[in-house]
Design a protein around this ligand. Sequence first.
Ligand SMILES: [Zn+2]
Length: 270
Amino acid sequence: MGLGDQIMASGMARGAAARGKRIALGDGRRIVWEKTSFDIFRGNPNVAPPGSEGAPDLEWLAYYKGHRLYNRRVGDRWVWNLSFRAKPGEIFFDQVETAAGMRHGESFIVVEPQSAQWKTVAPNKDWGVANFQAVADRLRGLGLRVVQFRGEQSAVALRNVEQLATTSFRDALAILARASLYIGAEGGLHHGAAAVGIPAVVLFGGFIPPAVTGYASHTNLTGGAEACGLLKPCKHCRAALARISIDDVFNAALHHLRARGGEAAGRTGT
Ligand SMILES: [Zn+2]
């Protein structure tokens, strides 16, 4: 999958076309894209697709599957590169995608209670469906519209939370671009929220450090843990997630919604 990885790559490539360059993601000889690269980079003028090796405008960046710059594998864990900083990515929607992204309206809160359950690390990033349900219930109690995406690999559906059908990850991001807030685990959608300029409350826990794959515009909750990078179920990660309270997430959500409300008021006032 690696959707988040491709979105981070789009952040690294940002601005290349403006200086007459394209970023070649690969080993210096071969551009290495995955299926998700084609999805995320569609329409992006800053990256060079496979087949353009040898073009005169390339800048090579050694960022590809198995060589991600922000981590390296040592035994059964990731060791994080603490000098790496994710920059917000970019998704270049075409007119059809942008229009489709508006079909569910706007100013809703997207909650994603589970992320990439097929990965062995999933338990180390799982805050718990019941906790997300409690946050959703409290937000709904304030009269706010809370939604969740339904796609092919959708997580469990939260009760009383509007389920928005999506046709692809890009479609989900086009809808997310109309949201007022994202709440969920560290993963593809938190990278997506940063790319479409939406604030987020991100449940990091103890697996991966926000300093590496988090964004300054988001609230990144670790439960006070140092990131371990362990790829098998980890007590330390479980304890870190357990220290993040429903209040922590709810209050961070309100903080972002108020900040955004202020912005909107500012816009209409001028
Ligand atoms: Zn851990």
